[in-house]
Design a protein around this ligand. Sequence first.
Ligand SMILES: *Cc1c(COP(=O)(O)O)cnc(C)c1O
Length: 300
Amino acid sequence: MDIIDESKAIIQPLNSEWYNGVAKIDMLRLDLLHPVISGNKWYKLKHNIRYAISSGFNTILTFGGGYSNHLVATAAATNVFNVRSIGIVRGNYELITPTLQKCVALGMQLLFVSKDDYSRKEETNLLRDLGLRFDDLFIIPEGGANEQGRVGAKEIADLIPSSYTHICVSGGTGTTLIGLRNGLPVSQQILGFIPMKGGKYLDEYISKHLPLEKNTNKQLFDEWHFGGFGKWNDRLIEFMNDFYQVNSIPLDIVYTGKMMYGLKELLKNGFFSEQDTILCVHTGGLQGNASISNKLCYIS
Ligand SMILES: *Cc1c(COP(=O)(O)O)cnc(C)c1O
């Protein structure tokens, strides 16, 4: 089953020139697992796909926008396992995005729906209206945000030594953060960087999926959204290029670029103490840089 060699996820120290005021900052390179099924997406998908195959489903259906890392990771993973895949895409794209092009090349059938219809995607009516039959369809929610996704995300915690005082992770659905909080000792503080406006609303979903004794020692930040999900400006690009030059680590424009920007701000603001040791989880997503590759000094 395992098409991904999880031992490729090394822990890489950041160049100490990049920071001061803490004992060390390292990065867990989940982005090295696979160019497309990268980062947290592999962990959120693996038990879903395993379950779908062993239960005899021959098609996997999931959801995403035109830049969705989850959609293209699902396309790539189902392609490897020879399972049919269908992607329900939010909005009608006049020009199909590089991400959606990859989905098609990997054999995913795309169905485009209006933003309104997409918002009622959890209702089976939408899928029935699209003419889909359900008997052999396994549905993975947007972002892999289900029980199998959370179980898989918990395995990321096995890669993290208990000596770190702080773990930084980016959040979209919060599934990865839930998995980490479940798998890590509660003594380790988790800092969640949410790249959406008002992203702290995720706390409700996160708290709902954590047992009481684990629902602690986590903090969400949503101030570094750069105008909203998927939005960016030249300051962020410049930051990501500088980060690459100092650390030789490529960041993605949607999640990890904003997370590291936010971490840098926390460092400047004296959030940490000198003894703190920080591990940043690189959740991947580098395929999404294709749309801005001419602005980055590294090729994704
Ligand atoms: C999807 C994604 C996330 C968000 O993960 P959630 O489990 O939905 O919170 C974070 N970082 C990257 C690079 C992603 O592609």
